[in-house]
Design a binder for this molecule. Structure first.
Ligand code: HEM
Length: 404
């Protein structure tokens, strides 16, 4: 791993002391590890999110690692290359966001709950006899892909391949892989894109009530065969929607279980008072936010928190820091599911605010209801303590070893 990436990894593993120092320092702090100005206070984070014309999202998905030439050549044989909704601005953003909003209404989310409930029961039922388990691998990384896969309209049999392809895309862009491994990862990503493209073409011929049909309809109005550009754009959006939908929710499932079990008395509290489950989810999302932040880039010179930024300056908008800001939250470093409700920023705010938060929270709720009812004795395995994954966009335990 090169020096830059090693420094970034150390930063990512525990960003909280860095955030605190930045909040205590006047103005904005430039962080070389992130190659961006850190926006750390809740008030300043909201300010940036209120001004999308000044703070463009064009750089939101800047990867930690640029794939090599050979891997890029493989990627060129897939479908993609278009800017995702989260990295677009203005009219282009509104156009991409419309089908996502239509596919994730309260009614759509409600309609997915019977399936999600059934998947929660099946995954948990499969775990029970063992008496111990690694909950990231066997639960948290499985449920969200199945649920978002269903809303997209994927056949259940295709979900594992699509989710695996999505993990490969993440490792290609965020992990240091050797050149051979990069090529293999790129091949897996391309295979996933071909599968998503085959769905898009099938829905063009035969639309259904699902998110793939919504996306095809919105991005390629009309009938007829999809053009190559349309296929690239649709596959890009589907790939991103899938990733936005499952990585984040897996991460929050993991961190919520981790912090409730680390503060075992609070786990006991939700076992005894399931009415506290929604508050526990909000507190976990606030305390250790899966999406620690996204970048923005200034479109013109602006003054933020007393720092003058030129046009083209990269800022890292740290939701994870805003959620620990002592001016916005009392005792922010304390995990307390009984605290007064806090207006946290774990799901963002403003025009890019998360359209999937309700879907994510429902999966958390179903999970905690089922786990507290069927595994009230759940504990962290003291012999195998959890380590966090170094990531600013999917912060979660790498593994979560538990016993019951
Ligand atoms: C715990 C789970 C989740 C967390 C913590 C989370 C967090 C966020 C955050 C912070 C943003 C704002 C990004 C920005 O301002 O640049 C965002 C946007 C987004 N989220 Fe989520 N999200 C979660 C679950 C989901 C789910 C389940 C879906 C889809 C089914 C989803 C789809 C999206 C999309 C498409 C965007 C981009 C919206 C836009 O740019 O207009 N998210 N999410």
């Amino acid at each position: 791993m090169d020096e830059r990436l090693a420094a970034l990894r150390a930063w990512q593993l525990d960003p909280y002391p860095h955030y605190r120092r930045a909040r205590e320092t006047a103005g904005l702090t430039f962080v070389p590890e992130l190659d961006a100005w850190l926006v750390s206070r809740a008030q300043d984070v909201r300010e940036v999110l209120r001004w999308p014309a000044e703070f463009s999202s064009a750089n939101a998905l800047t990867p930690d690692v640029m794939p090599g030439r050979d891997a890029l050549a493989v990627l060129a044989t897939g479908f993609g290359g278009y800017r995702a909704v989260v990295a677009s601005d203005g009219d282009a953003h509104r156009r991409l966001r419309a089908p996502v909003n239509r596919g994730l209404t309260a009614a759509q989310v409600a309609s997915s709950l019977p399936y999600a409930t059934q998947r929660v029961a099946a995954l948990l039922g499969g775990l029970l006899p063992a008496g111990r388990g690694e909950l990231m691998r066997d639960y948290a990384r499985r449920l969200p892909g199945q649920v978002i896969g269903r809303l997209l309209g994927l056949e259940p049999a295709d979900v594992p391949a699509v989710v695996a392809g999505s993990y490969r895309a993440e490792s290609l862009l965020f992990q240091p892989l050797d050149p051979e491994e990069q090529i293999r990862a790129a091949q897996d990503v391309v295979a996933m894109q071909h599968l998503l493209d085959s769905y898009a073409r099938a829905r063009r011929r035969d639309p259904r009530a699902d998110l793939i049909s919504e996306t095809v309809y919105a991005l390629a109005p009309g009938a007829g065969e999809l053009s190559r550009e349309q296929r690239n754009e649709i596959a890009s959006q589907l790939q991103n929607l899938l990733a936005a939908g499952h990585f984040t929710t897996s991460a929050l499932l993991g961190t919520t279980l981790l912090h409730l079990l680390r503060h075992r008395e609070q786990w006991q509290l939700i076992v005894e008072r399931p009415g506290l489950i929604p508050a526990a989810i909000e507190e976990a999302a606030r305390y250790d936010s899966p999406v620690q932040g996204f970048r923005r880039i200034t479109t013109r010179p602006v003054m933020l928190a007393g720092t003058e930024l030129p046009a083209g300056a990269s800022v890292f908008v740290a939701f994870g820091s805003a959620n620990r800001d002592e001016h916005a939250v009392k005792d922010p470093d304390v995990f307390d599911i009984t605290r007064e409700p806090v207006r946290h920023l774990a799901f963002g705010y403003g025009v890019h605010g998360c359209p999937g938060h309700q879907l994510a929270e429902e999966q958390l709720r179903l999970t905690l209801e089922a786990f507290t009812a069927r595994l009230p004795q759940l504990r962290l395995d003291p012999a195998r303590p959890a380590r966090m994954r170094p990531s600013m966009i999917h912060r979660s335990p790498a593994e979560l070893h538990t016993v019951w």
